[in-house]
Design a binder for this molecule. Structure first.
Ligand code: ADP
Ligand code: MG
Length: 698
């Protein structure tokens, strides 16, 4: 079944396990359906009662004479399977299983959940849960409150899915408290069938939903999440809290990339690429949701601040500047308009400080003038409540001043004198109201950033058909046959060449004479380094000599390096490599996350990368826009972009290496992790090429 309409827009709902005890789970779901005035039919099912809540009660869903679209199942666990079977026979379209004790308890619960899924699939039903709190659809033509939540939500544009039942309830209560209106709510539970991804696709089409909130604990299918969010987030902002940020995901890794790819990098990268706005706390979730749900997107970064006290305005200014917003001077005309309405002591530049005596009508004039100033993209109105000033009257002034404004208006209302009344007035009028100026600034900065995402071209993914796939396979096979997972430097460089990734010219040598001959061909200066699967960090064991200028140098390097290396690995050889003429050392790498697939890394620092940690991750698949962004996202990007008279590096060449690595990881699942450290990023016209290569098979 394609659409989730049968779940969210049922014509008839059966509550199976509808206890007469109003405070039991089944009893409260029935109660909620009725008191919330569900627009279809409701049928209680309970073999032990003939009437529940003054409705005729049925012993089985199959006894119900009318068709049933949705069944909410709140029976004890031992009865779930038989109840599901009877729902199937009845022709029920969707079920919500509230009952717990399935996958989440492991063992027998896991087997039971598989059986649940089998029955549901067999009858072509959709399933939310098990182990969930239920679902809500606020559409006035449906009014489905099929959950045991004690909160009566306000109606509004926010769809919300929660992977935790209890937290879902808490968030519903907080939303109500903050005047945030809901379109739909789903407590996902164990996600045995309907997933967060399914909901995103459904809400993409739902006309009542403009903003999507998610509380996530895990990803079922991160690649699909990425694909769906990239599309949906261009139309409707998706704000997510993902818990488990610090979960220890660290594991022993041979490569730099592996050791730098901490647990949260994959999630953070996924969100960035997906255009999902990440909230680091529930508090932040609300800070963002208030603004996105009620305000238009800002066209730019210029903020006008209108206030009745200096302190909070300075805090707001600092926060705005820190977050990359601007506080422009208002135009002469705007200043004159405000000047005419406010106290002579007031300051009318920006922030507009109308001093403590500011009244509602003064706010109105100042807000309207600032809103009409073409040098302003967004407004923050700050009011610090004072005994002698009537808060609700100021609220009315702010509302009138913001009326019809196509720019976002965020209000910061501090203090307590009749604030509640004033805040409710402004929220009802569709303004985003905060307590702290920093929150208003954060919300605005996040809107600006999301606006850039919406404007950003989606980018394209191109296949690299020119890769020598048989060549790559041959190298992998011979390493496997040798019983190894670690490639030698020579093998890794060969593999990269097959993948079309440029490597500085080099030769492999097993004897002193071969080493010198190689150097003569490559041309001095050269670099000598050990090639051995047993030596991962070459320079740490004296395995790298740079700046070799003569046959004598090369001979000595051979003797010294090989003497030490052959004690560790009798098969060690020497790689003689052209010395890079210049350029900036960058690192590129990839690792494979069991859940997220390939994770690509780009960074600055060469051998110091672990100290600098100036690296950026992205998850596969990368578009050219992702590669473009990755390079520009490292803090040290100016070093590549011509800072302090340095030549600008060939950024397109770098992008192309990143995209090739991404493609290589996809077509060669044998590769577990790899890195190139360093790759010399040279100016256009000079070769951008790898000087070191490390590959570990999965
Ligand atoms: P490892 O990382 O195993 O210690 P590398 O091959 O990366 O060994 O060499 C260590 C350092 O030596 C590099 O980070 C780079 O600074 C320098 N180096 C290595 N090869 C070259 C080269 N071909 N040209 C210039 N410098 C090089
Ligand atoms: Mg290296």
């Amino acid at each position: 079944m394609a659409s989730l309409d049968v779940l969210f827009r049922p014509r008839a709902v059966a509550v199976i396990g509808a206890s007469r005890d109003r405070h039991s789970v089944g009893g409260s779901i029935l109660h909620n359906l009725l008191t919330f005035e569900f627009q279809g039919q409701v049928f209680p099912v309970n073999p032990k009662a003939s009437v529940v809540h003054s409705l005729k009660c049925y012993a089985s869903v199959e006894d119900i004479p009318d068709p049933v679209d949705l069944a909410v199942i709140a029976v004890p666990k031992p009865h779930v399977l038989e109840v599901l079977e009877s729902c199937g026979r009845k022709g029920v379209g969707a079920v919500v299983i509230i009952t717990a004790g399935f996958k989440e308890i492991g063992g027998a619960g896991l087997a039971l959940e598989r059986e649940v899924v089998r029955i549901v699939k067999h009858y072509g039903m959709r399933l939310v849960g098990p182990n969930c709190m239920g679902i809500i659809n606020m559409d006035p033509s449906v009014r489905l409150q099929a959950s045991f939540s004690a909160t009566e939500p306000l109606s509004g544009p926010i769809a919300f899915s929660s992977q935790s039942g209890a937290l879902g309830e808490a968030i519903l209560a907080l939303m109500r408290d903050r005047g945030l209106g809901l379109s739909m709510f789903v407590s996902l539970g164990n996600k045995a069938d309907v997933s967060g991804n399914d909901l995103l696709e459904y809400w993409e089409q739902d006309p009542n939903t403009r903003v999507i909130l998610m509380y996530l604990e895990s990803f079922g299918n991160p690649q699909r999440f990425l694909e769906i969010c990239q599309r949906v987030s261009k139309k409707k902002p998706i704000i997510a809290v993902k818990s488990g940020r610090t979960a220890a995901g660290a594991r022993a890794a041979a490569s730099h990339t592996g050791s730098l790819a901490g647990a949260d990098n994959a999630v953070a990268s996924l969100f960035t690429q997906a255009g999902v706005i990440r909230a680091t706390s529930i508090e932040e979730l609300f800070v963002y949701a208030s603004a996105f749900a009620s305000q238009p997107m800002p066209a730019g970064t210029r903020v006008a601040i209108v206030t009745n006290s200096g302190g909070p305005a300075i805090l707001a200014t600092d926060a705005c500047i820190e977050l990359g917003l601007q506080i422009p001077t208002l135009s002469d005309e705007t200043q004159a308009r405000i000047r005419a309405a406010v106290a002579p002591e007031a300051s009318v530049t920006n922030p507009v400080d109308m001093i403590a005596t500011a009244t509602g009508p003064q706010y109105e004039v100042a807000m309207r003038a600032a809103a009409e100033d073409p040098s302003v993209d967004a407004l923050i109105a700050i009011f610090t409540s004072l005994e002698m000033i009537d808060g609700p009257s100021v609220a009315h002034g702010i509302i009138r001043g913001a009326h019809g404004c196509a720019k976002p208006v965020l209000v910061c209302f501090m203090g307590s004198v009749r604030s509640r009344e004033a805040i409710d007035l402004m929220r009802d009028a569709g303004l985003a109201v905060y307590t702290f100026p920093e929150d208003a600034a954060r919300a605005l900065a996040t809107m600006v950033r999301h606006g850039h995402w919406v404007q950003r071209p989606a980018g394209v993914r191109r296949p690299f058909d020119d890769m020598d796939r048989p060549g790559i396979d041959r190298i992998v096979r011979s390493v496997r046959e040798d019983g190894r997972v670690q490639l030698t430097l020579a093998e890794a460089q060969n593999l990269f060449s097959c993948a079309g990734i440029p490597v500085l010219p080099w030769r492999e040598a097993s004897t002193r004479e071969e080493a010198i001959a190689a150097a003569e061909i490559l041309g001095y200066p050269v670099v000598a380094k050990v090639s051995s699967s047993a030596i991962v960090h070459k320079s740490e064991v004296g395995g790298v000599r740079v700046g070799l200028e003569s046959a004598e140098d090369v001979g000595r390097a051979f003797d010294e390096i090989m003497a030490a290396a052959r004690r560790r690995d009798a098969r060690a050889s020497l790689v003689i490599q052209q010395q890079a003429a210049g350029g900036t050392e960058v690192i590129l790498g990839a690792t494979r996350d069991t859940k997220f697939g390939p994770l690509l890394m780009f960074g600055l620092g060469g051998i110091f990368v672990e100290i600098m940690k100036d690296v950026v991750f992205r998850v596969h698949p990368l578009s050219d826009a992702d590669a473009h962004e990755m390079i520009r996202a490292v803090k040290g990007f100016p070093m590549l972009d011509g800072a302090r008279g340095r030549p600008q590096a060939d950024l397109a060449a770098l992008e192309s290496v990143i995209l090739r690595l991404d493609y290589l990881m996809a077509v060669c699942p044998d590769i577990g992790e790899l890195d190139i450290n360093p790759l010399f990023a040279a100016p256009a016209g000079q070769p951008t090429a790898a000087a070191d290569a490390r590959i570990t098979l999965a």
